[in-house]
Design a protein around this ligand. Structure first.
Ligand SMILES: CC(C)(COP(=O)(O)OP(=O)(O)OC[C@H]1O[C@@H](n2cnc3c(N)ncnc32)[C@H](O)[C@@H]1OP(=O)(O)O)[C@@H](O)C(=O)NCCC(=O)NCCS
Length: 151
C-alpha cells in the first residue's frame, strides 16, 4: 500500500453521509477487543452528538479515496481546560501496521497543542498491549487504573 495515497483530514461537518460513517465506526471500535460488545445497527446510528459537540471536537479521518480507513476523535474538556481527552483511535484491519495510526496521533497531538492544552489523556484496555505500547512510545504514562470484579 502506498502510504502517500492515504490522506489525513478533518471530517466534513457538512457531509451527513461522512458524519454517519464516522459515528458508526466510532460506536463499533470496542468490538476490536470485546466480541460481545453490543453495537447499534448502522441504520440506527445517531450522529447528532458530533454536531452538538462540534466546537469541542477534533474529528480526524484517514481516507483512501472516498473510503474511511481510520478515525481519531479528540475533545477539549470544560472541567479540565488544559487537558484534552482522546475519545478514540481506530485503523481498519486491512491498513494496520502502515503508520496510519501514528499519522492520526501526530495530527491529533498537533491539534491539542494548538488548543493551548498542556496534556492529553486517554483510556486503554489493559489487554490492548499494542495500544499501550504505542502510547508509551509516544510519551504517555499510566496515571489511573480502573478495577473490575466479576460477579
Ligand atoms: C491501535 C491502532 C490504531 C494502531 O494503528 P496502526 O495504523 O496499525 O499503527 P501504526 O502502523 O502507526 O503503528 C504505530 C506504532 O505501533 C507499532 N506497532 C505496530 N504493531 C504493533 C504491535 N502488534 N505491538 C506493538 N507495537 C506495534 C509500530 O511499530 C508503530 O511504532 P512506531 O511509531 O515506533 O513506528 C490499530 O491497531 C487499531 O485500530 N486497533 C484497534 C482499535 C484500538 O485498539 N484502538 C485504541 C483504543 S484505546
Amino acid at each position: 500500500m502506498n502510504d502517500h495515497s492515504i490522506q489525513i483530514r478533518d471530517v466534513d461537518f457538512n457531509n451527513e453521509v461522512e458524519l454517519h460513517e464516522l459515528a458508526y465506526l466510532y460506536a463499533a471500535v470496542p468490538l476490536d477487543w470485546d466480541a460481545s460488545y453490543a453495537v447499534q445497527r448502522e441504520a440506527e446510528i445517531n450522529f447528532s452528538w458530533l454536531l452538538e459537540k462540534r466546537d469541542t471536537l477534533k474529528c480526524l479521518l484517514a481516507t483512501l479515496g472516498s473510503k474511511i480507513v481510520g478515525i481519531h476523535v479528540l475533545q477539549t474538556q470544560s472541567q479540565r481546560p488544559h487537558t484534552c481527552f482522546i475519545k478514540t483511535l481506530w485503523v481498519s484491519p486491512d491498513f494496520r501496521g502502515e503508520g496510519i495510526g501514528s499519522r492520526l496521533k501526530a495530527a491529533g497531538e498537533q491539534w491539542v497543542r494548538e488548543t493551548g492544552s498542556k496534556a492529553m489523556v486517554t483510556h486503554v484496555m489493559v489487554k490492548n498491549s499494542k495500544m499501550l505500547e504505542i502510547n508509551r512510545s509516544k510519551g504517555f504514562v499510566p496515571t489511573k487504573v480502573e478495577m473490575e470484579k466479576k460477579l
